[in-house]
Design a protein around this ligand. Structure first.
Ligand code: UDX
Length: 460
């Protein structure tokens, strides 16, 4: 124990993107509640507001990323350049940081790193002589699919259109992560996600942002091969865990959130009457597709709150906001967990990013799924067919997009009638199970405690 009573000191290195930083931050917060000191290492554009709110979380910025234009002529090249910059910044600074912490009387006991950066383990174990824990921020099912490809038990390019993998429902090729069935514009990303497997056996701990009951079969399959621990849902706990009462709004914002007007607007709406629509921090929908969504929302006659990031605003029909004034509100960014936990929200039209998925599950909100790329297709399959908490909009083959009629029809089915009641009651069941996993003695809570005790025992 150090002088403020911390049991161990964890140096956490999230991959600095919205969808990766959020769950790492929430995991760190849970660790602080177990008496762990955290140093969180990130880049300035993450704009973390955690400092001064938790004595035991220190933020170290290793790369001034503000105003740096990502090099590259397309998204794939820009992504690779961003990734490279992070790799250089971490490689250059890690040893120095660890030394500084030791000389200030707080030696680091373990490095917790995002599984997308497996090369960190080489530095941690090889150069620094420390232990490393990988944190997987996606679904266990998605990690298991990448693991099958890595081991050669699933061949890419795919040889069949129907995929049978142990511990998973029957999948169509396009239920797999998009990088597998359509590497298309992101040829390097498949290699990047598969690389999460290269040193699984060497990592001292493998932590997954899921919970046992949610992905029971696939967790068992993974556990038989690797010593994994589920520690999720790693979502803001203020709504699901009353023990962490001091939790304000510890989400990371790469975008400026609406000041709270959207919550006030929700207060004026009837219970369960609003469709909350968001496609996360990265999706880039075509202009025609955005227009179809706008018209579908208009025609479905529900209230709606739609997050449209500044870069997407020009794709919305010009008169749309004027015409939908009564029923709709568009914001550039919102405090999503607060919105999802608002009584007025009746369903979530989502791109199925893993954080959005487990936030909705933890808060008992049924979903209209519209996966765009990456792991979202697999998450959607589970939302619809395994957890049975949502319906997926189907793209028209002829128009190669989701039509306004389909948006309207699916929202109506998720919001009203018999199917809607069934989805709602399933969603409430998952909410309870998520809460149970994170509550004292629950599966994820126990796993976090075991992780901390085990690191502690090697240093006492
Ligand atoms: C990315 C990938 O797209 C996703 O598929 C992968 O699972 C994680 O990395 P992203 O697209 O940003 O993530 O989606 P998601 O995982 O859902 O994360 C978005 C986060 O931003 C959520 O935690 C959500 O609460 C937050 N958010 C979103 C806000 O706080 N405000 C908003 O207005 C919208």
């Amino acid at each position: 124990m150090d002088e403020i009573g911390c049991r161990i000191h964890v140096l956490a290195i999230p991959y600095p993107l919205q969808g990766h930083l959020n769950p790492m931050l929430q995991l760190c917060k849970r660790l602080t509640s177990k008496g762990v000191r955290i140093t969180l290492v990130t880049i300035t554009s993450a704009r973390l507001s955690v400092q001064n709110q938790f004595e035991s979380i220190q933020i170290e910025y290793i790369l001034d990323d503000d105003n740096i234009e990502a090099e590259g002529s397309n998204d794939s090249e820009k992504g690779a350049a961003h990734f490279k910059r992070i790799q250089i910044a971490v490689s250059d600074n890690l040893a120095k940081l660890v030394e500084e912490k030791a000389s200030s009387g707080h030696p680091v006991n373990i490095v917790l790193y995002d599984s997308m950066m497996p090369w960190i383990l080489e530095i941690v174990q090889g150069q620094l002589g420390l232990k490393g824990a990988a944190f997987f921020t996606q679904a266990c099912a998605v990690s298991a699919i990448y693991n099958h490809i890595h081991r050669g038990t699933l061949k890419v390019p795919l040889e069949t259109s129907t995929i049978l993998l142990p511990s998973m429902p029957q999948l169509e090729s396009n239920d797999l992560p998009s990088f597998v069935y359509n590497p298309g514009p992101y040829p390097d990303v498949l290699d990047l996600v598969l690389a999460q497997n290269i040193n699984l056996e060497k990592s001292d701990w493998l932590l997954f942002n899921s919970f046992d009951k949610l992905e029971n079969e696939v967790v068992t399959w993974l556990t038989e091969r690797y010593p994994i621990k589920t520690i999720g849902p790693s979502t803001p706990s203020m709504y699901t865990d009353k023990r962490l009462k001091d939790d304000k709004d510890y989400t990371v914002n790469f975008f400026t959130p609406d000041s709270g007007a959207c919550l006030k607007w929700l207060d004026t709406k009837e219970t369960g009457s609003v469709v909350y629509v968001s496609f996360g921090s990265m999706s880039d929908l075509g202009e025609n597709q955005m227009q179809e969504i706008a018209c579908g929302l208009m025609n479905c006659t529900c209230n709606f709150l739609w997050v449209v990031r500044p870069s997407e605003e020009s794709k919305i029909p010009r008169d749309f906001m004027f015409e939908s004034q009564e029923r709709g509100l568009i914001v550039n960014w919102c405090p999503q967990p607060k919105v999802l936990s608002h009584r007025a929200v009746g369903c979530f039209m989502t791109h199925c990013g893993w954080n959005s998925t487990i936030e909705a599950l933890s808060l008992g909100v049924p979903m209209v799924t519209m996966p765009v790329w990456a792991d979202q297709t697999t998450n959607s399959k589970y939302i619809v067919d395994v957890w049975k908490v949502g319906l997926r909009v189907k793209a028209s083959e002829e128009r190669e997009m989701v039509t306004r009629e389909e948006v309207e029809r699916t929202i109506r089915e998720v919001m009203h009638g018999e199917k809607a009641s069934e989805l709602r009651s399933n969603a409430l069941r998952w909410k309870e199970l998520a809460k149970e996993a994170n509550s004292e003695g629950g599966s994820s809570d126990k796993n976090i405690e075991e992780f901390v005790s085990s690191v502690e025992s090697t240093h006492s």
